[in-house]
Design a protein around this ligand. Sequence first.
Ligand code: F6P
Length: 343
Amino acid sequence: MTKRIGILTGGGDCPGLNPAIRGCVYMAEKMGCECIGFNDGWKGIIENKTVPLNREITREIIMQGGTMLGTSRTNPYKKEGGVEAVKETFRKNSLDALVAMGGEDTLGVAHRLYKDFKFPVVGVPKTMDNDLSGTDSTFGFDSAATVSVDALQRLRDTARSHHRIIVLEVMGRHAGWVALYTAIAGAADYVCLPERKVDGDDLTKKLKEAYASKRYALVVSSEAVELPTLDGGKTQDLDDFGHVILKGRGVGETLAKIIEEKTGIETRHAVIGHIQRGGAPTLFDRMLGVRVGAAAAQFVNEGKFGVMAALNGDKVVPVPLETAVGQLKTVTPEWLKFADIML
Ligand code: F6P
């Protein structure tokens, strides 16, 4: 009998989701399965909002950013009757499996459903933060970091012309990978990461040195860095998964003020924010997206559930969802040392 696969995309969007949907649909059809999509992550399955999916519909989405299915940060375990509604929609649509594409939160729900009910779910890892364990890389990261390297290059022109310091604040909720790669690949003078306490004296010394040699300097900072004048998110709003909503923290602005005070050099800041999450996926993210999407359909066909399609070297392999959601992959001490040499 033809297997029916539901697909949803949850959490923050990022380039690579559309390629992953396409990869899953193409492989599923090749194996004689059918796919349907759900709108806006777990919200769509709670509310039974479906979207038709087939080869024709998904043919050209490989080059598009965002997700054609829409997304949300809905957690069915936090909604009254949410989990029952997920199971009911699954049954109503005569589904055999669900492919959940997302980061720690979306895959966390998938893992819980598998653990609680042996729900037939396969995960597809996505996040521009690149902080999921169990996979070498997630799609979205390469595109996001490519955009922020470009932004840093643009800031270099204006910083050089005005003889200023400029701070670029980039996204990355718990992990500093985007900031780290942007700083190294974009030849910044300093990087501030959530994994390392900002050392004000070191920051001042390095920026003064950089400024003395070229009369401008560039700093990359992750949005999640702790600074003495910020409240650590204690008074801020939380999302459905209990994460502090970081958009109002103003790390870049605060850091620029601190730097100007400490160095006496005119300092500006720029926040790239959601610009990083839009635009066409890079070649890397297109290829990773279609591969992990296709592998998810294969795992469904082989009856491998409770796993995600992870990149391991040059292969895509099934890894238990538990591994993915157990612990976040943050910047390691080795990488911090490497950054210190490269900056
Ligand atoms: O997790 C991905 C991410 O882009 C983080 O880097 C960022 O803190 C968060 O999402 C922003 O979420 P939202 O799109 O809900 O503002």
